[in-house]
Design a protein around this ligand. Structure first.
Ligand SMILES: [Zn+2]
Length: 157
């Protein structure tokens, strides 16, 4: 039996890096913070820090000015609205992750046969996952999709 213990991660804990599809060459591109965030920096400040999209393949680069978020676009990064690199059809839905840490988190959650909820963390990412991800009957298919997504990552990740 594997156990997942909800330590209260929030989606915001994963927004320092988005792996996206480059709008120019369709290869892997990254949306990164332009500066290092301070430990324990307030979410509202962290959210609006300047971002840069950088493609190591074709040299594409773009800046985000800190104003309009595209957070409402599911399966896209919140800053440039680019398609997430880690995105795949799964169980009739779309499974996506911002980055490798986010994918690790999902895998830990989905593959666990025992999930422990920490009381009073009702904003946690685990508690807000959609029902189809929480459903035990989808476990094996979701784990397969996560493994397929890992193959999209360059080696070294
Ligand atoms: Zn590119």
């Amino acid at each position: 039996m594997t156990t997942f213990c909800d330590s209260g991660e929030q989606i915001e804990d994963f927004i320092d890096e988005f792996l996206v599809e480059c709008p120019r060459c369709s290869k892997l591109c990254k949306v990164l913070l332009e500066s290092t965030i301070q430990a324990r920096e307030e979410f509202s400040l962290r959210l609006f820090r300047r971002r840069r999209a950088v493609c190591l393949n074709c040299g594409y680069s773009a800046s985000w000015d800190g104003r309009t978020l595209k957070q409402y676009l599911d399966g896209h990064d919140w800053y440039f609205g680019l398609s997430l690199w880690l995105r795949t059809p799964c169980c009739g839905e779309v499974l996506w992750a911002f980055n490798v840490r986010h994918l690790d988190f999902l895998e830990g959650y989905v593959s666990a046969t025992n999930r422990q909820q920490v009381p009073n963390i009702n904003k946690s990412l685990a508690s807000r996952l959609p029902d189809w991800i929480k459903s035990a009957k989808n476990r094996s298919e979701i784990v397969k999709c996560i493994q397929a997504l890992r193959k999209r990552l360059p080696s070294g990740n």
